[in-house]
Design a binder for this molecule. Sequence first.
Ligand SMILES: *[C@@H]1O[C@H](CO)[C@@H](O)[C@H](O)[C@H]1NC(C)=O
Ligand SMILES: *[C@@H]1O[C@H](CO)[C@@H](O)[C@H](O)[C@H]1NC(C)=O
Ligand SMILES: *[C@@H]1O[C@H](CO)[C@@H](O)[C@H](O)[C@H]1NC(C)=O
Ligand SMILES: *[C@@H]1O[C@H](CO)[C@@H](O)[C@H](O)[C@H]1NC(C)=O
Ligand SMILES: *[C@@H]1O[C@H](CO)[C@@H](O)[C@H](O)[C@H]1NC(C)=O
Ligand SMILES: *[C@@H]1O[C@H](CO)[C@@H](O)[C@H](O)[C@H]1NC(C)=O
Length: 933
Amino acid sequence: MVRISLLLLCLLVSTCLFTSSSAQAPGFVSLDCGGAEPFTDELGLKWSPDNHLIYGETANISSVNETRTQYTTLRHFPADSRKYCYTLNVTSRNRYLIRATFLYGNFDNSNNVYPKFDISLGATHWATIVISETYIIETAELVFLASSPTVSVCLSNATTGQPFISTLELRQLSGSMYGSMLSEDRFYLSVAARINFGAESEASVRYPDDPYDRIWESDLQKKPNYLVDVAAGTVRVSTTLPIESRVDDRPPQKVMQTAVVGTNGSLTYRMNLDGFPGFGWAFTYFAEIEDLAEDESRKFRLVLPEQPEYSKSVVNIKENTQRPYRVYAPGYPNITLPFVLNFRFAKTADSSRGPILNAMEISKYLRKSDGSVDATVMANVASLYSSTEWAQEGGDPCSPSPWSWVQCNSDPQPRVVAIKLSSMNLTGNIPSDLVKLTGLVELWLDGNSFTGPIPDFSRCPNLEIIHLENNRLTGKIPSSLTKLPNLKELYLQNNVLTGTIPSDLAKDVISNFSGNLNLEKSGDKGKKLGVIIGASVGAFVLLIATIISCIVMCKSKKNNKLGKTSELTNRPLPIQRVSSTLSEAHGDAAHCFTLYEIEEATKKFEKRIGSGGFGIVYYGKTREGKEIAVKVLANNSYQGKREFANEVTLLSRIHHRNLVQFLGYCQEEGKNMLVYEFMHNGTLKEHLYGVVPRDRRISWIKRLEIAEDAARGIEYLHTGCVPAIIHRDLKTSNILLDKHMRAKVSDFGLSKFAVDGTSHVSSIVRGTVGYLDPEYYISQQLTEKSDVYSFGVILLELMSGQEAISNESFGVNCRNIVQWAKMHIDNGDIRGIIDPALAEDDYSLQSMWKIAEKALLCVKPHGNMRPSMSEVQKDIQDAIRIEKEALAARGGISDEFSRSSAHSSSLNMGMLDLAGSQSYVSIDESVLQPTAR
Ligand SMILES: *[C@@H]1O[C@H](CO)[C@@H](O)[C@H](O)[C@H]1NC(C)=O
Ligand SMILES: *[C@@H]1O[C@H](CO)[C@@H](O)[C@H](O)[C@H]1NC(C)=O
Ligand SMILES: *[C@@H]1O[C@H](CO)[C@@H](O)[C@H](O)[C@H]1NC(C)=O
Ligand SMILES: *[C@@H]1O[C@H](CO)[C@@H](O)[C@H](O)[C@H]1NC(C)=O
Ligand SMILES: *[C@@H]1O[C@H](CO)[C@@H](O)[C@H](O)[C@H]1NC(C)=O
Ligand SMILES: *[C@@H]1O[C@H](CO)[C@@H](O)[C@H](O)[C@H]1NC(C)=O
């Protein structure tokens, strides 16, 4: 016995050894989606095709720069309401990195729209994949702790194009890696940035340099809004000496051997963080790779412009590592970060060298979704039919979208409410697990070859509809079945049931027991008549119900939502997505509101809140309580539905927190409407010289913050969108303020909707007098710099509180704010243009000058002389910094309304002692101390 088990052990060990030595990277799975043959790439990674997948179709991509074999193929799926899943084997309680990549390559030969769809890990929404370029590889990456023997990655919810995938890579991490991740059972880490600073080329560093095949992206990679605004004096340094690292989650040596150094004292960068704002995990990696003299030091602090509290701790590499060429990794395991991250490392006054940065990693916490309560039960049911296609859909039965033969309710932890397996050639007993679905409302198992008895459904009190007809079921009708409190339909005809027809069935239950030769009618003939009458009444009810549901269907034709109980009466249930012809024709990403919904929300356009070149804006509140602004476009002559849909599709792609959020559109009865989030505090114009009383007007620092917000929004249109969007009609009435007085830019991307309806960029000059770029007016050549001109005018308005064009304010022979302000500023008379509503102690002249100078640059006659929006934004930030320091020195930080209170309250003299740039924030230091790993 002992010998046998020893032998077995030997066998096991030797096979283990054999497999691990033949596979270069144990715990790695690399799926080449759409591929046909396994292969090993030049990195030594073994790729296998995904040809075991029964869903989807493969496609070849050609004429792509990308020559790696795995990117010459992909697998795509229908754009329906289903999800399509890959299931991967994992080992429970092990940590993994999973990466999905997407290279579109125009596989569908569509020149209309790029695909946009969701991917999920199990029941958790992982990311929305938005393709914006044919040949750019989109990547989604997640770190997770496995809690079951398999994980599934599912593609679903295509709002445009078809879902597709190029590769799926699973990498097992070592046990200790990313162990500082908090609450792993509740969160995943979604990787937003992993950057190799000072990289020697655009190529990423990955396997085999990184044994876990994390991809360390080069800081030279060119992507929109990625690592821009680099400080002057930033120098790349590198070494070939080894770098010591004691822990394996540190970046590989090759990454640590390069760095950037801020020789002028600071390193600055700006980048978009996908998935943020949110809570994240952010670590930086430093190693001294320059040979500093004994008396030299390198000390610096992190500066996040919006979170001054983080600037307190100082990085001192020497002190933390004792010697150079050793990794030091301070960071924050749980920090709030914005979507657009601006960060700076600034040298301390007593440091002899500027800051250094070798690498950085930022991930977002993604809350795990629990998925359906019925997941285990449903997995058991599906496992009984593992050879059929429908049982292999994978993932959670309900989330993010249900299996094709299942319907779920919308609880936070959804329950299965309907099973639809009519005519699927099923044999054997009815799966006993079905009776454990306690939320079940409908059960459709008719037209199969089920044998054996009807199980006891008394644990499913919500059951309303049971279809077991046309099977080969035997035995008696269990009395529990007829006692279900909510039963409405019971179809058992054409089986081989025995015993008697239950006599205690409620009157209003539609039932059919015919065709069961050995089933006896209980009681007298009157009962039989009852059944017939019941059945025909039932049929009538059914007819009515069908008609009603058809009407409901037609009415809500454009409402894409599926599910819910109202749908349950509508049989047989279409599993397809209900969508309008508009979206079918075009696959639009924008939500389509019905006219009914809009009329309900706006109470038939009761409250008008604005108007402009594009139409009239009304206030509304949706049934869910969301406040909206509905813009009814004045241009009804919009050429076609298709063109309109195309425009709104483009609009719905633009997301930035300083742009008013586009929620959807409505096109019915000749009306074209756009729906936006409602902005509580109206337009900047109203606050500067509108209905707001003079003494309540916004303070200078608030005006600067508004300018910064707006600048960010515009800058995003110019640099973050592909192709770039030129606003063309920037003005104070297009800058809206939310509840918290944060500003967002509105009416972007609307030029095509303008009243004249033309769509040629250069044919007609568009804009508002006073804001219009004179160069554009003359040349009709539109560039981003035309927006910069308009923004310069806005800056002048913010300073002066004067409208852009006025017949009275600017004296004789001058109607225009630009001429007027230029005259004053050129004469050194800045006070002459400052808004009299601003009290003298409310602003510092230094910040005023900074804005004035920038504003004049913005309104230079020629576009090439004007700064870019990001340069403007930087100066506004500088002005804010100056103003905050001045305010701190004056004894308090002002918020939007504090000006009036600062006037009335006597200044707290004690606070003046603390004057200094950091004295105004009180913080819990323990939270803000970085953790060194
Ligand atoms: C892709 O290319 C392979 C090899 O050239 C070929 O066998 C396969 O049929 C192609 N697939 C499609 C969908 O065109
Ligand atoms: C190939 O790469 C070059 C340079 O990176 C680029 O200019 C070109 O547009 C690319 N071609 C395609 C088809 O992507
Ligand atoms: C996953 O595990 C199951 C059961 O252990 C096995 O049958 C299957 O072949 C494995 N799949 C892969 C892709 O290794
Ligand atoms: C589908 O995608 C749209 C647009 O991205 C999103 O608003 C919606 O919530 C998604 N639906 C599901 C079920 O995830
Ligand atoms: C991060 O902190 C926030 C606020 O304190 C908390 O709600 C959240 O759960 C934390 N995240 C994790 C992953 O611990
Ligand atoms: C059921 O079996 C028949 C005959 O084998 C076949 O034609 C039919 O496609 C099957 N239906 C399903 C849903 O599998």
